[in-house]
Design a protein. Structure first.
Length: 64
């Protein structure tokens, strides 16, 4: 990341929509440390790059 750039982040709800999984499953990944994120007050902020990588992995597994 370059100076002045901000990391793109998604909420838990945006993440579950992008991945096509339940919100409960996203929380399981978050609390298990399997999805890079940080908590701001009561809201999870999840790395958009990590979500996109996980989506690519899911798509490649589905195609196989």
């Amino acid at each position: 990341m370059k100076n002045g750039e901000q990391m793109q982040e998604l909420t838990a709800r945006e993440t579950c929509r992008r991945l096509g999984v339940s919100l409960d499953y996203i929380y399981k990944l978050l609390y298990g440390g399997q999805l890079p994120a940080r908590k701001v007050d009561k809201t999870w902020r999840i790395s958009a790059a990590a979500v996109e990588e996980r989506a690519r992995q899911r798509e490649s597994r589905a195609a196989a």
